[in-house]
Design a protein around this ligand. Structure first.
Ligand code: NAD
Ligand code: LMR
Length: 326
């Protein structure tokens, strides 16, 4: 190992996604098979013991690329010198909780984490927010990290992208590798818009009927998270961890020529999405930067769906603004 280890902070490390994610990071799947990593786990004090158990298992994996695991219950320490931050831990919605209550409870988590990233993270910090409501949690964290370039804060819609790939591949009877240029627009919520408008199968445009899109594909992808909760009694964990790995790997290593992926990134005003909102777009990655794909024609159906999801993001932003969280 000649390269210094990359510091990777994972919050909510003792949770279900954490358990599926940490071993894949340790095995080199987050950054590449030649990149050593040092894990920094952040948990709330009550869950530190469980995180210690996971750290023992990480040690027992004898991963050649794992240079060590440290556990913290203080964000300031957990983000000190970190290069990659995976913000997974969040406050789940409990019975009777309104959307505003949920946003407020998460503000209490993502505000101090944004401040800690601003104060101590490495200059090349890249942040992926997984904890829900992911887009607005990312907005809160970013607004408390004024010294970090806005494009370093992203939220995860790669799971939705992967779900869309899987559904279209099943419908067309082709492997996912034959599909390109699917896109998730908007919020990681049931209003999201999984779009096949520019999608290609084996280099040709995708031809599927509108009724299937509207009644099957879009609702299946957009409500998949709820369907998994209904079936498992718990939210998706292994697929979410897998998508987080994909999101960061692509961010660092780039998208293949002739394709793009989806990520929620700070809007620059493209496609009428208000500047600064963390909204999902088709994106390419090059030289360690996600860039919104420019110049796509947006048909009327897509326009209405994008606008509806972006309207929800605007509402969430206005709520957290009123609560003084951004
Ligand atoms: P979980 O409840 O199993 O684990 C969450 C962990 O976060 C717990 O161990 C908890 O102690 C910890 N935590 C809470 N507050 C914290 C804080 N302030 N600092 C550090 N850790 C803290 O939940 P999970 O199944 O791992 O899911 C985590 C989040 O990811 C949830 O918000 C879930 O809704 C979300 N999620 C997002 C996507 C996506 O595609 N964006 C997909 C699946 C799940
Ligand atoms: C998912 O898409 O699987 C999750 O965001 C669902 C959830 O509410 O945790």
């Amino acid at each position: 190992m000649t390269q210094a280890p990359v510091n990777v902070t994972v919050t909510g490390a003792a949770g279900q996604i954490g358990y599926a994610l940490l071993f894949r990071i340790a095995s080199g799947q987050l950054l590449g098979q030649d990149v050593p990593v040092k894990l920094r786990l952040l948990e709330i004090p009550q869950a530190v013991k469980a995180a210690e158990g996971t750290a023992m298992e990480l040690e027992d994996g004898a991963f050649p690329l794992l240079a060590g695991t440290d556990i913290f219950d203080d964000p300031k320490q957990a983000f000190e010198g970190t290069n990659i931050a995976l913000l997974v831990g969040a406050r789940p919605r409990s019975k009777g909780m309104e959307r505003g209550d949920l946003l407020e409870a998460n503000g209490g988590i993502f505000k101090p984490q944004g401040e800690a990233i601003n104060a101590g993270a490495a200059d090349d910090i890249k942040v992926l927010v997984v904890g829900n409501p992911a887009n607005t949690n990312a907005l809160i964290a970013r607004s408390h990290a004024p010294d970090v370039p806005a494009d370093r804060f992203t939220a995860m819609t790669r799971l939705d992208h992967n779900r869309a790939l899987a559904q279209l591949s099943k419908k067309l009877g082709v492997p996912v590798t034959e599909l390109k240029k699917l896109a998730i627009w908007g919020n990681h919520s049931a209003t999201q818009y999984p779009s096949v408008q520019h999608a290609e199968v084996s280099g040709k445009s995708v031809d599927v009927d509108q009724a299937w899109l509207e009644n099957d594909f879009i609702p299946t992808v957009a409500k998949r998270g709820a369907a998994i909760i209904e079936a498992r009694g718990l939210s998706s964990a292994a697929s979410a961890a897998s998508a987080a790995i994909d999101h960061v790997f692509t961010w660092v290593n780039g998208t293949p020529a002739g394709d793009w992926t989806s990520a929620a990134v700070a809007s620059d005003g493209s496609y009428g999405v208000p500047e600064g909102l963390i909204s999902s777009f088709p994106v390419t990655a090059e030289n360690g930067q996600y860039k919104i794909v420019q110049g796509l024609e947006i048909d009327d159906f897509s326009r209405a769906r994008i606008d509806a999801s972006v309207a929800e993001l605007v509402e969430e932003r206005d709520t957290v603004q009123k609560l003084g969280l951004i």
